[in-house]
Design a protein around this ligand. Structure first.
Ligand code: ADP
Ligand code: ASP
Ligand code: MG
Length: 433
Protein backbone atom coordinates (compact mmCIF):
# COMPACT_ATOMS: atom_id res chain seq x y z
CA UNK A 1 0.00 0.00 0.00
CA UNK A 2 1.38 3.38 -1.01
CA UNK A 3 0.86 6.90 0.27
CA UNK A 4 0.08 9.07 -2.72
CA UNK A 5 -0.29 12.85 -2.87
CA UNK A 6 -2.28 13.94 -5.93
CA UNK A 7 -2.62 17.57 -7.03
CA UNK A 8 -5.29 18.71 -9.47
CA UNK A 9 -4.82 22.07 -11.23
CA UNK A 10 -7.57 24.57 -12.01
CA UNK A 11 -8.33 23.34 -15.53
CA UNK A 12 -8.86 19.79 -14.16
CA UNK A 13 -11.66 21.04 -11.85
CA UNK A 14 -13.12 23.87 -13.93
CA UNK A 15 -16.81 22.89 -13.53
CA UNK A 16 -19.11 20.44 -11.69
CA UNK A 17 -18.68 17.81 -14.40
CA UNK A 18 -14.86 17.95 -14.13
CA UNK A 19 -15.00 17.79 -10.35
CA UNK A 20 -17.06 14.58 -10.58
CA UNK A 21 -14.62 13.15 -13.13
CA UNK A 22 -11.62 13.86 -10.89
CA UNK A 23 -13.50 12.47 -7.87
CA UNK A 24 -13.81 9.12 -9.70
CA UNK A 25 -10.09 8.99 -10.28
CA UNK A 26 -9.41 9.72 -6.59
CA UNK A 27 -11.94 7.12 -5.42
CA UNK A 28 -10.27 4.53 -7.68
CA UNK A 29 -6.85 5.28 -6.19
CA UNK A 30 -8.31 4.85 -2.69
CA UNK A 31 -10.18 1.65 -3.60
CA UNK A 32 -6.93 0.24 -5.02
CA UNK A 33 -5.67 0.33 -1.42
CA UNK A 34 -3.61 3.53 -1.38
CA UNK A 35 -3.63 6.22 1.27
CA UNK A 36 -4.65 9.30 -0.71
CA UNK A 37 -4.06 12.99 0.05
CA UNK A 38 -5.36 15.41 -2.57
CA UNK A 39 -4.35 19.05 -3.12
CA UNK A 40 -6.71 21.06 -5.26
CA UNK A 41 -6.48 24.43 -7.05
CA UNK A 42 -9.25 26.96 -7.56
CA UNK A 43 -11.75 26.12 -10.33
CA UNK A 44 -10.66 27.20 -13.85
CA UNK A 45 -9.51 30.84 -13.95
CA UNK A 46 -11.07 31.73 -10.57
CA UNK A 47 -7.85 33.21 -9.16
CA UNK A 48 -7.48 35.57 -12.16
CA UNK A 49 -11.15 36.52 -11.90
CA UNK A 50 -10.78 37.34 -8.19
CA UNK A 51 -7.71 39.46 -8.99
CA UNK A 52 -9.67 41.30 -11.71
CA UNK A 53 -12.45 41.92 -9.24
CA UNK A 54 -10.08 43.36 -6.64
CA UNK A 55 -8.54 45.61 -9.32
CA UNK A 56 -12.01 47.03 -10.02
CA UNK A 57 -12.20 48.04 -6.34
CA UNK A 58 -8.72 49.53 -5.97
CA UNK A 59 -5.47 49.54 -7.98
CA UNK A 60 -3.33 48.58 -4.96
CA UNK A 61 -5.34 46.29 -2.65
CA UNK A 62 -3.85 45.63 0.82
CA UNK A 63 -1.89 42.35 0.53
CA UNK A 64 -3.52 40.83 3.60
CA UNK A 65 -7.02 41.31 2.18
CA UNK A 66 -5.95 40.08 -1.25
CA UNK A 67 -4.67 36.85 0.32
CA UNK A 68 -7.96 36.26 2.15
CA UNK A 69 -9.83 36.86 -1.09
CA UNK A 70 -7.66 34.49 -3.17
CA UNK A 71 -7.73 31.61 -0.67
CA UNK A 72 -11.52 31.55 -1.11
CA UNK A 73 -11.03 30.06 -4.61
CA UNK A 74 -9.35 26.89 -3.30
CA UNK A 75 -11.89 26.59 -0.46
CA UNK A 76 -14.70 26.35 -2.98
CA UNK A 77 -13.07 23.57 -4.99
CA UNK A 78 -11.90 21.57 -1.94
CA UNK A 79 -15.37 21.33 -0.43
CA UNK A 80 -17.07 20.50 -3.75
CA UNK A 81 -14.47 17.81 -4.43
CA UNK A 82 -14.98 16.29 -0.97
CA UNK A 83 -18.75 16.20 -1.62
CA UNK A 84 -18.23 14.49 -4.97
CA UNK A 85 -15.96 11.81 -3.45
CA UNK A 86 -18.36 11.15 -0.56
CA UNK A 87 -21.08 10.74 -3.17
CA UNK A 88 -19.12 7.82 -4.65
CA UNK A 89 -19.15 6.02 -1.31
CA UNK A 90 -15.57 6.90 -0.33
CA UNK A 91 -15.16 9.03 2.81
CA UNK A 92 -13.39 12.34 2.21
CA UNK A 93 -12.80 15.46 4.30
CA UNK A 94 -11.53 18.86 3.16
CA UNK A 95 -9.06 21.10 4.99
CA UNK A 96 -7.83 24.66 4.51
CA UNK A 97 -4.07 25.23 4.39
CA UNK A 98 -4.21 26.32 8.01
CA UNK A 99 -6.08 23.17 9.10
CA UNK A 100 -3.63 21.03 7.13
CA UNK A 101 -0.71 22.54 9.09
CA UNK A 102 0.98 24.58 6.36
CA UNK A 103 2.91 27.20 8.32
CA UNK A 104 4.44 30.07 6.35
CA UNK A 105 6.36 33.29 6.88
CA UNK A 106 4.39 36.54 6.87
CA UNK A 107 5.16 37.73 3.31
CA UNK A 108 1.66 38.03 1.87
CA UNK A 109 1.31 37.11 -1.80
CA UNK A 110 4.51 35.06 -1.93
CA UNK A 111 4.82 33.42 1.48
CA UNK A 112 7.38 30.67 2.01
CA UNK A 113 6.54 27.45 3.82
CA UNK A 114 8.53 27.29 7.07
CA UNK A 115 6.95 24.18 8.59
CA UNK A 116 4.46 21.43 7.76
CA UNK A 117 2.52 19.93 10.68
CA UNK A 118 0.00 17.64 8.99
CA UNK A 119 -1.44 15.95 12.11
CA UNK A 120 -5.06 16.26 10.96
CA UNK A 121 -4.14 14.85 7.56
CA UNK A 122 -2.39 11.88 9.17
CA UNK A 123 -5.38 11.30 11.41
CA UNK A 124 -7.74 11.38 8.40
CA UNK A 125 -5.81 8.91 6.27
CA UNK A 126 -5.25 6.60 9.24
CA UNK A 127 -9.03 6.21 9.33
CA UNK A 128 -9.01 5.19 5.67
CA UNK A 129 -10.47 8.52 4.53
CA UNK A 130 -9.26 10.76 1.71
CA UNK A 131 -7.87 14.13 2.85
CA UNK A 132 -8.48 17.05 0.48
CA UNK A 133 -6.30 20.13 1.05
CA UNK A 134 -6.81 23.62 -0.36
CA UNK A 135 -3.72 24.46 -2.41
CA UNK A 136 -1.60 27.62 -2.44
CA UNK A 137 -2.34 28.77 1.12
CA UNK A 138 -1.03 28.63 4.65
CA UNK A 139 -1.06 30.52 7.90
CA UNK A 140 1.59 32.65 9.54
CA UNK A 141 2.12 32.02 13.23
CA UNK A 142 3.24 35.67 13.72
CA UNK A 143 -0.29 37.02 13.29
CA UNK A 144 -2.44 33.96 12.58
CA UNK A 145 -3.35 35.52 9.21
CA UNK A 146 -3.84 33.44 6.07
CA UNK A 147 -1.16 33.75 3.40
CA UNK A 148 -0.77 32.63 -0.21
CA UNK A 149 2.34 31.04 -1.74
CA UNK A 150 2.39 32.93 -5.06
CA UNK A 151 0.89 32.00 -8.44
CA UNK A 152 0.95 28.30 -9.20
CA UNK A 153 1.53 27.64 -5.49
CA UNK A 154 -0.72 24.56 -5.24
CA UNK A 155 2.17 22.59 -6.75
CA UNK A 156 4.26 23.69 -3.77
CA UNK A 157 1.54 22.71 -1.28
CA UNK A 158 1.45 19.24 -2.84
CA UNK A 159 5.21 18.70 -2.77
CA UNK A 160 5.50 20.09 0.78
CA UNK A 161 2.79 17.71 2.01
CA UNK A 162 4.39 14.81 0.15
CA UNK A 163 7.69 15.61 1.90
CA UNK A 164 6.02 16.10 5.31
CA UNK A 165 4.07 12.84 5.02
CA UNK A 166 6.97 10.97 3.37
CA UNK A 167 4.68 10.01 0.51
CA UNK A 168 5.83 7.53 -2.09
CA UNK A 169 5.06 9.89 -4.95
CA UNK A 170 3.62 13.32 -5.64
CA UNK A 171 1.41 13.25 -8.75
CA UNK A 172 0.74 16.60 -10.40
CA UNK A 173 -2.36 16.28 -12.59
CA UNK A 174 -2.75 18.95 -15.26
CA UNK A 175 -4.14 19.59 -18.75
CA UNK A 176 -1.22 18.22 -20.81
CA UNK A 177 0.43 14.76 -20.74
CA UNK A 178 3.59 15.84 -18.90
CA UNK A 179 6.58 18.12 -19.29
CA UNK A 180 7.34 18.74 -22.97
CA UNK A 181 10.38 20.14 -24.80
CA UNK A 182 8.33 23.38 -25.17
CA UNK A 183 4.85 24.58 -24.26
CA UNK A 184 2.54 22.40 -26.44
CA UNK A 185 0.17 25.36 -26.79
CA UNK A 186 2.89 27.10 -28.83
CA UNK A 187 4.78 24.15 -30.32
CA UNK A 188 2.20 21.48 -31.21
CA UNK A 189 4.90 18.96 -32.13
CA UNK A 190 6.81 19.37 -28.86
CA UNK A 191 8.08 16.09 -27.46
CA UNK A 192 7.06 14.64 -24.10
CA UNK A 193 10.05 14.16 -21.80
CA UNK A 194 9.95 10.77 -20.02
CA UNK A 195 12.35 11.74 -17.24
CA UNK A 196 13.83 15.05 -16.26
CA UNK A 197 16.28 15.85 -13.44
CA UNK A 198 15.45 18.30 -10.66
CA UNK A 199 18.12 20.69 -12.00
CA UNK A 200 16.75 20.76 -15.52
CA UNK A 201 13.20 21.18 -14.26
CA UNK A 202 14.33 23.99 -11.95
CA UNK A 203 15.84 25.83 -14.89
CA UNK A 204 12.80 25.22 -17.13
CA UNK A 205 10.45 26.43 -14.37
CA UNK A 206 12.63 29.45 -13.59
CA UNK A 207 12.56 30.31 -17.31
CA UNK A 208 8.76 30.34 -17.48
CA UNK A 209 7.59 26.74 -18.08
CA UNK A 210 4.66 27.07 -15.71
CA UNK A 211 3.71 23.38 -15.82
CA UNK A 212 5.44 23.18 -12.40
CA UNK A 213 5.85 26.13 -10.06
CA UNK A 214 9.53 26.92 -9.43
CA UNK A 215 9.30 26.64 -5.66
CA UNK A 216 7.70 23.22 -5.86
CA UNK A 217 10.72 21.98 -7.79
CA UNK A 218 13.12 23.55 -5.29
CA UNK A 219 11.22 21.82 -2.50
CA UNK A 220 11.12 18.47 -4.31
CA UNK A 221 14.86 18.57 -4.90
CA UNK A 222 15.67 19.50 -1.31
CA UNK A 223 13.59 16.66 0.14
CA UNK A 224 14.05 14.17 -2.71
CA UNK A 225 10.31 13.93 -3.48
CA UNK A 226 9.68 12.01 -6.73
CA UNK A 227 7.24 14.07 -8.82
CA UNK A 228 5.10 12.62 -11.62
CA UNK A 229 3.55 15.26 -13.92
CA UNK A 230 0.65 13.81 -15.89
CA UNK A 231 -2.77 14.54 -17.35
CA UNK A 232 -6.00 14.19 -15.39
CA UNK A 233 -7.75 13.68 -18.74
CA UNK A 234 -5.90 10.53 -19.85
CA UNK A 235 -4.36 7.41 -18.35
CA UNK A 236 -1.01 8.04 -20.03
CA UNK A 237 2.21 7.94 -18.02
CA UNK A 238 3.61 11.45 -17.75
CA UNK A 239 7.03 12.86 -16.87
CA UNK A 240 9.07 11.78 -13.85
CA UNK A 241 11.06 14.51 -12.15
CA UNK A 242 13.83 12.73 -10.24
CA UNK A 243 17.61 12.51 -9.90
CA UNK A 244 20.50 14.73 -10.92
CA UNK A 245 22.53 15.49 -14.02
CA UNK A 246 25.08 12.83 -13.05
CA UNK A 247 22.35 10.22 -13.46
CA UNK A 248 22.09 11.10 -17.13
CA UNK A 249 25.68 10.09 -17.82
CA UNK A 250 25.93 6.33 -18.10
CA UNK A 251 28.97 5.23 -16.04
CA UNK A 252 29.10 1.94 -17.96
CA UNK A 253 29.28 3.57 -21.37
CA UNK A 254 32.02 1.87 -23.46
CA UNK A 255 35.17 3.94 -23.94
CA UNK A 256 35.20 6.09 -27.04
CA UNK A 257 31.81 7.49 -26.14
CA UNK A 258 33.26 10.13 -23.81
CA UNK A 259 32.95 12.78 -26.45
CA UNK A 260 29.32 11.96 -26.95
CA UNK A 261 28.80 11.97 -23.18
CA UNK A 262 30.11 15.52 -23.03
CA UNK A 263 27.89 16.76 -25.83
CA UNK A 264 25.40 19.37 -24.65
CA UNK A 265 22.10 17.77 -23.61
CA UNK A 266 19.21 20.05 -24.54
CA UNK A 267 16.21 19.75 -22.21
CA UNK A 268 13.88 22.17 -23.90
CA UNK A 269 12.85 25.70 -24.85
CA UNK A 270 10.98 27.78 -22.29
CA UNK A 271 9.32 31.15 -22.77
CA UNK A 272 8.17 33.92 -20.49
CA UNK A 273 5.85 36.79 -21.30
CA UNK A 274 5.51 38.06 -17.75
CA UNK A 275 8.52 40.37 -17.61
CA UNK A 276 9.10 44.03 -18.47
CA UNK A 277 12.21 46.04 -19.28
CA UNK A 278 13.27 49.29 -17.66
CA UNK A 279 16.08 51.39 -19.17
CA UNK A 280 17.81 54.06 -17.14
CA UNK A 281 19.03 56.49 -19.82
CA UNK A 282 22.06 58.74 -19.49
CA UNK A 283 23.63 57.46 -16.28
CA UNK A 284 26.94 59.18 -15.33
CA UNK A 285 29.59 56.47 -15.97
CA UNK A 286 31.44 56.71 -12.63
CA UNK A 287 31.96 54.06 -9.90
CA UNK A 288 29.01 53.43 -7.63
CA UNK A 289 26.16 54.28 -10.02
CA UNK A 290 25.04 50.69 -10.69
CA UNK A 291 25.24 49.98 -6.96
CA UNK A 292 23.03 52.98 -6.17
CA UNK A 293 20.46 52.19 -8.90
CA UNK A 294 20.10 48.57 -7.83
CA UNK A 295 19.91 49.53 -4.14
CA UNK A 296 16.87 51.59 -5.05
CA UNK A 297 15.44 48.77 -7.21
CA UNK A 298 15.96 46.23 -4.40
CA UNK A 299 14.35 48.64 -1.95
CA UNK A 300 11.25 48.60 -4.16
CA UNK A 301 11.10 44.81 -3.69
CA UNK A 302 11.78 43.97 -7.35
CA UNK A 303 13.21 40.64 -8.47
CA UNK A 304 15.77 41.47 -11.18
CA UNK A 305 16.45 39.02 -13.98
CA UNK A 306 18.77 40.25 -16.78
CA UNK A 307 20.96 43.38 -16.65
CA UNK A 308 22.76 45.06 -19.54
CA UNK A 309 25.00 48.12 -19.33
CA UNK A 310 26.13 49.73 -22.56
CA UNK A 311 29.64 51.09 -23.16
CA UNK A 312 29.51 54.80 -22.38
CA UNK A 313 29.86 57.29 -25.18
CA UNK A 314 33.32 58.87 -24.87
CA UNK A 315 31.98 62.32 -25.71
CA UNK A 316 29.37 62.40 -22.96
CA UNK A 317 30.64 59.95 -20.30
CA UNK A 318 27.05 58.72 -20.03
CA UNK A 319 25.77 55.17 -20.28
CA UNK A 320 22.40 53.36 -20.39
CA UNK A 321 21.50 50.52 -18.03
CA UNK A 322 18.63 48.15 -18.92
CA UNK A 323 17.18 45.41 -16.76
CA UNK A 324 14.22 43.05 -16.82
CA UNK A 325 11.87 42.34 -13.91
CA UNK A 326 8.38 40.86 -13.34
CA UNK A 327 5.69 43.16 -14.74
CA UNK A 328 4.01 43.17 -11.34
CA UNK A 329 7.12 44.69 -9.71
CA UNK A 330 7.35 47.48 -12.32
CA UNK A 331 5.05 50.24 -10.95
CA UNK A 332 6.81 50.34 -7.56
CA UNK A 333 10.25 50.20 -9.23
CA UNK A 334 9.50 53.02 -11.70
CA UNK A 335 8.20 55.15 -8.83
CA UNK A 336 11.28 54.47 -6.68
CA UNK A 337 13.69 55.31 -9.53
CA UNK A 338 11.80 58.47 -10.48
CA UNK A 339 12.14 59.63 -6.88
CA UNK A 340 15.98 59.48 -7.05
CA UNK A 341 16.42 60.91 -10.58
CA UNK A 342 17.83 64.20 -9.21
CA UNK A 343 20.19 62.48 -6.78
CA UNK A 344 21.63 59.99 -9.35
CA UNK A 345 21.48 62.45 -12.21
CA UNK A 346 20.26 60.17 -15.02
CA UNK A 347 18.44 61.70 -17.99
CA UNK A 348 15.23 59.64 -18.19
CA UNK A 349 13.51 56.28 -17.70
CA UNK A 350 12.03 54.05 -20.41
CA UNK A 351 9.47 51.36 -19.66
CA UNK A 352 8.67 48.49 -22.03
CA UNK A 353 6.23 45.68 -21.21
CA UNK A 354 6.07 44.33 -24.76
CA UNK A 355 9.03 41.98 -24.36
CA UNK A 356 9.27 38.20 -24.39
CA UNK A 357 12.05 35.96 -23.14
CA UNK A 358 13.11 32.70 -24.75
CA UNK A 359 15.43 30.31 -22.88
CA UNK A 360 17.20 27.25 -24.20
CA UNK A 361 17.85 24.93 -21.25
CA UNK A 362 20.28 22.04 -21.09
CA UNK A 363 23.55 20.76 -19.66
CA UNK A 364 26.94 21.87 -20.97
CA UNK A 365 25.89 25.07 -22.78
CA UNK A 366 28.74 27.33 -21.81
CA UNK A 367 31.46 24.98 -22.98
CA UNK A 368 29.81 24.64 -26.39
CA UNK A 369 29.90 27.97 -28.24
CA UNK A 370 28.23 26.19 -31.17
CA UNK A 371 25.00 26.12 -29.19
CA UNK A 372 24.65 29.91 -29.05
CA UNK A 373 25.66 30.24 -32.70
CA UNK A 374 22.93 27.79 -33.68
CA UNK A 375 20.34 29.57 -31.53
CA UNK A 376 21.17 33.02 -32.93
CA UNK A 377 21.21 31.57 -36.45
CA UNK A 378 17.72 30.13 -36.00
CA UNK A 379 16.42 33.53 -34.88
CA UNK A 380 18.16 35.29 -37.78
CA UNK A 381 16.60 32.87 -40.29
CA UNK A 382 13.19 33.57 -38.74
CA UNK A 383 13.81 37.33 -39.03
CA UNK A 384 13.66 37.88 -35.27
CA UNK A 385 15.70 40.61 -33.60
CA UNK A 386 17.52 39.88 -30.31
CA UNK A 387 17.37 42.70 -27.75
CA UNK A 388 19.24 41.20 -24.77
CA UNK A 389 21.25 38.02 -24.15
CA UNK A 390 22.33 36.21 -21.00
CA UNK A 391 24.05 32.86 -20.58
CA UNK A 392 24.78 30.42 -17.77
CA UNK A 393 26.18 26.91 -17.57
CA UNK A 394 22.79 25.41 -18.34
CA UNK A 395 20.80 28.18 -20.04
CA UNK A 396 20.92 30.75 -22.83
CA UNK A 397 18.20 33.40 -22.70
CA UNK A 398 17.31 36.09 -25.22
CA UNK A 399 14.81 38.92 -25.07
CA UNK A 400 12.69 39.58 -28.18
CA UNK A 401 9.54 41.59 -28.98
CA UNK A 402 6.56 39.92 -27.28
CA UNK A 403 4.73 39.43 -30.57
CA UNK A 404 7.60 37.48 -32.16
CA UNK A 405 8.14 35.21 -29.15
CA UNK A 406 5.96 32.31 -30.39
CA UNK A 407 7.76 32.26 -33.76
CA UNK A 408 11.09 32.41 -31.95
CA UNK A 409 10.21 29.41 -29.76
CA UNK A 410 9.14 27.35 -32.77
CA UNK A 411 12.25 28.27 -34.77
CA UNK A 412 14.64 27.35 -31.95
CA UNK A 413 12.74 24.14 -31.17
CA UNK A 414 13.14 23.02 -34.78
CA UNK A 415 16.78 24.16 -35.02
CA UNK A 416 17.75 21.92 -32.09
CA UNK A 417 15.95 18.89 -33.59
CA UNK A 418 13.44 18.76 -30.75
CA UNK A 419 10.35 18.38 -32.97
CA UNK A 420 8.54 15.10 -32.39
CA UNK A 421 7.90 12.75 -35.27
CA UNK A 422 4.97 11.23 -33.40
CA UNK A 423 2.32 13.81 -34.16
CA UNK A 424 0.86 16.61 -32.13
CA UNK A 425 0.79 16.91 -28.34
CA UNK A 426 -2.70 17.02 -26.84
CA UNK A 427 -3.83 20.07 -24.88
CA UNK A 428 -6.90 18.73 -23.07
CA UNK A 429 -8.30 21.86 -21.45
CA UNK A 430 -7.46 25.23 -19.96
CA UNK A 431 -7.39 28.69 -21.43
CA UNK A 432 -3.63 29.14 -21.17
CA UNK A 433 -4.26 32.21 -19.02
P1 ADP B 1 -2.63 23.72 -13.77
O1 ADP B 1 -3.89 24.54 -13.82
O2 ADP B 1 -2.91 22.25 -13.91
O3 ADP B 1 -1.74 24.05 -12.60
P2 ADP B 1 -0.88 25.29 -15.48
O4 ADP B 1 -1.62 26.13 -16.45
O5 ADP B 1 -0.31 25.94 -14.28
O6 ADP B 1 -1.84 24.07 -15.09
O7 ADP B 1 0.30 24.49 -16.20
C1 ADP B 1 0.03 23.67 -17.33
C2 ADP B 1 0.35 24.44 -18.60
O8 ADP B 1 1.75 24.72 -18.63
C3 ADP B 1 0.10 23.70 -19.87
O9 ADP B 1 -1.25 23.78 -20.28
C4 ADP B 1 1.06 24.38 -20.85
O10 ADP B 1 0.40 25.34 -21.66
C5 ADP B 1 2.06 25.10 -19.96
N1 ADP B 1 3.45 24.77 -20.24
C6 ADP B 1 4.45 25.67 -20.41
N2 ADP B 1 5.60 25.08 -20.68
C7 ADP B 1 5.37 23.75 -20.68
C8 ADP B 1 6.18 22.58 -20.92
N3 ADP B 1 7.48 22.69 -21.18
N4 ADP B 1 5.59 21.36 -20.85
C9 ADP B 1 4.27 21.25 -20.58
N5 ADP B 1 3.45 22.30 -20.37
C10 ADP B 1 3.99 23.54 -20.42
N1 ASP C 1 -5.07 29.11 -7.87
C1 ASP C 1 -3.71 29.56 -7.75
C2 ASP C 1 -3.25 30.19 -9.05
O1 ASP C 1 -4.02 30.24 -10.00
C3 ASP C 1 -2.77 28.50 -7.30
C4 ASP C 1 -2.61 27.34 -8.26
O2 ASP C 1 -3.48 27.11 -9.11
O3 ASP C 1 -1.60 26.65 -8.16
O4 ASP C 1 -2.14 30.65 -9.14
MG1 MG D 1 -0.14 25.40 -12.25
Amino acid sequence: MALVVQKYGGSSVSDAHSIKRVAKRIAEARRAGNDVVVVVSAMGDTTDELLDLAAQITPLPPQRELDILLTAGERISMSLLAMAINNLGVKAKSFTGQQAGLITDAVHGRARIVDVVPSRIRETISKGQVAIVAGFQGVTTDTNDVTTLGRGGSDTTAVALAAGLQADVCEIYTDVDGVFTADPRIVPNARKIERVTYEEMLELAASGAKVLALRSVEYARRYGVPVHVRSSFSGATGTLVVGTYGDRIDPNAPSGEEEQMEAPIISGVAHDRSEAKITVVGVPDVPGMAARIFEVVAGAGANIDMIVQNVSAAATGLTDISFTLPQGDSPATMAALTAVQGEIGFASLQFDDQIGKLSLVGAGMKSHPGVSARLFGALRDAGINIEMISTSEIRISVVTRADSLDDAVRAVHTAFDLDSAEGEAVVYAGTGR
